[in-house]
Design a protein around this ligand. Structure first.
Ligand code: F6P
Length: 323
């Protein structure tokens, strides 16, 4: 192996830059060339890649976003797109690739390697959603939850000042990890996640009981992909039945994707980047490099993407008991 490339793909996540930095510097440490591919699979298709030196990743460990850019590539879903990507990788003499991303990124990598068996890709879990099997945490999740927590803390101030009920929507199209952890950390009254059936009648009952008991303010954290709908949709369905009528909805949106990575995401991004290069060096491919209980784990892409992490029911119950 002579040249190792890195790209970031899908939704950006704080800590991706720490991951890029670690891949580049570990590759150079072992005497390989390091290449950055811009804008995920799009850059592979367009041949938008460049040789990277240690200094190219200076001063980025503390920044959100990704210096390489990212994209969700529709072209890579076509055979023609993948053929162009393959030809470019050969042209640039790339022997190993680290793909930092989530479900879509690893699905693409798996198909690509089935079509072109001489392509060697390992993945690092870069997504705020924490929805990959094979790592306790994904890069970016901790920062996103802290951002959500700080925002909800602020909302609670004004909710208490006015005596209002708030529905706060957090990211998570298919996963409730951000919602659940943010709800626990802020002492929210309820949390709605896509993984479990949402009983709106039970929610109404609980909120009305709180209202009758003169609880001053309540916060319901809603994952955007909840089975009952997003925060606005949930409210529309239950508003006529709610006793409290001083209600607001806040959608946190993309502020959860940005910001300075927490210490956890910087360290995780760095460690998984280093281990990804070591794996390629050892001839390993087709796996996501994760961390479980402090140990490095290699999980085949098809397992990482299909066997979604499950929500811990004890934590869901905890929100209810502690609210
Ligand atoms: O995949 C991560 C994620 O943050 C999801 O939680 C969210 O639904 C989605 O990205 C939104 O991404 P975009 O705005 O890039 O389409």
């Amino acid at each position: 192996m002579k040249k190792i490339a890195i790209f970031t793909s899908g939704g950006d996540a704080p800590g991706m830059n720490a991951n890029v930095r670690a891949v580049v510097r570990t590759a150079l440490h072992y005497g390989f060339g390091a290449v950055g591919i811009r804008n995920g699979y799009e850059g592979m298709i367009d041949g938008d890649m460049y040789d990277m030196e240690a200094r190219d990743v200076s001063n980025i460990i503390q920044t959100g976003g990704t210096i390489l850019g990212t994209a969700r590539s529709a072209r890579f879903m076509t055979q023609e797109g993948r053929k162009l990507a393959y030809d470019n990788l050969k042209k640039f003499n790339i022997d190993g690739i680290v793909a930092c991303g989530g479900n879509g990124t690893f699905t693409g990598a798996k198909i690509f390697m089935e079509e072109y068996p001489d392509i060697n890709i390992v993945g690092t879990p870069g997504t705020i959603d924490n929805d990959l099997y094979g790592s306790d945490y994904t890069i970016g999740y901790d920062t996103a939850v802290n951002t959500a927590m700080n925002a909800i803390d602020n909302i609670k101030d004004t909710a208490n000042a006015h005596g209002r009920l708030f529905f706060v929507e957090v990211m998570g199209r298919d996963a409730g990890f951000i919602a659940l952890r943010a709800a626990i950390a802020t002492g929210a009254e309820a949390v709605l996640v896509p993984e479990t059936f949402t009983d709106l009648d039970a929610l109404v009952k609980m909120l009305n009981t709180n209202y009758q008991n003169k609880k001053r303010a309540s916060v319901v954290v809603v994952a955007e992909g909840d089975d009952a709908g997003d925060a606005l949709e949930v409210l529309q369905q239950i508003k006529p039945k709610l006793l409290s009528q001083d209600i607001r909805v806040t959608v946190l949106g993309h502020i959860q994707r940005g910001g300075r990575p927490t210490v956890m995401d910087r360290v995780l991004g760095s460690r998984l980047g280093l281990e990804a290069v070591r794996a390629l060096k050892d001839g390993i491919k087709g796996v996501m490099i994760g961390q479980i209980g402090g140990d490095i784990c290699h999980t085949p892409f098809e397992i990482a993407i299909k066997h979604n992490q499950t929500i811990n029911p004890t934590l869901l119950e905890m929100v209810e008991i502690l609210s």
